[in-house]
Design a protein around this ligand. Structure first.
Ligand SMILES: Nc1ncnc2c1ncn2[C@@H]1O[C@H](COP(=O)(O)OP(=O)(O)O)[C@@H](O)[C@H]1O
Ligand SMILES: [Mg+2]
Length: 169
């Protein structure tokens, strides 16, 4: 258990370049990075958990020290299962602070061994979110440079863009 293992949990519905930027930044800081997709039946998702796992594995699964898994229930329980103490979360602009701080404090209370590390993405991804990705795509907006190509291809399979602009199918 001397490996420094970090867990990066999230919905990743779908993964975008802000998430990928964070993964790239924190991967060299730890021996192993487990990207953990939350199974949350209560949250309506566009992509199934299996599809999200497949996408993320294709993108980073072969990177040294990167693993991609799903979990349900308490994050701190999953942390124990994989033997990790570090949770990595992203902080965008100012909007994430309140919620992220609350979660970090609750997780610490549930398991005092767990530390949350916050990372800031590259400036250009500061306003990027999965929900905005889905909304902009469905309205026909250009997402070049904001999501990786395999995600764009899968968005085309799941969502019909409404306006003509990005109807390159
Ligand atoms: N553009 C971004 N830049 C940096 N971090 C981000 C960005 N978008 C999301 N994140 C972070 O990635 C993590 C997972 O986000 P998300 O997939 O939305 O799952 P969750 O449902 O847990 O919010 C969160 O810590 C979130 O703050
Ligand atoms: Mg979120």
């Amino acid at each position: 258990m001397s490996d420094r293992i970090a867990v990066y949990p999230g919905s990743f519905d779908p993964i975008h370049n802000g998430h990928l930027d964070l993964i790239e930044r924190c991967r060299p800081l730890y021996d192993r990075l487990v990207i953990a997709v939350l199974r949350n039946e209560a949250k309506r998702a566009l992509f199934s958990v299996d599809e999200r796992l497949e996408i993320i594995r294709d993108l980073v699964g072969k990177d040294r020290g990167c693993e991609v898994e799903s979990f349900s229930g308490l994050l701190v329980d999953f942390m124990d299962q994989v033997g990790a103490r570090i949770v990595v979360r992203g902080l965008r602009a100012v909007t994430d602070f309140e919620y992220e701080f609350q979660m970090a404090m609750m997780n610490r209370r549930l398991n005092p061994r767990v530390e949350t590390v916050f990372m800031a993405p590259k400036e250009e991804y500061n306003y990027l979110s999965s929900s905005l990705v889905k909304e902009v795509f469905s309205l026909g907006g250009d997402l070049t440079g904001l999501v990786p190509d395999p995600v764009l291809a899968r968005l085309r399979r799941h969502l019909e863009p409404r306006s003509g602009r990005s109807r390159r199918r």
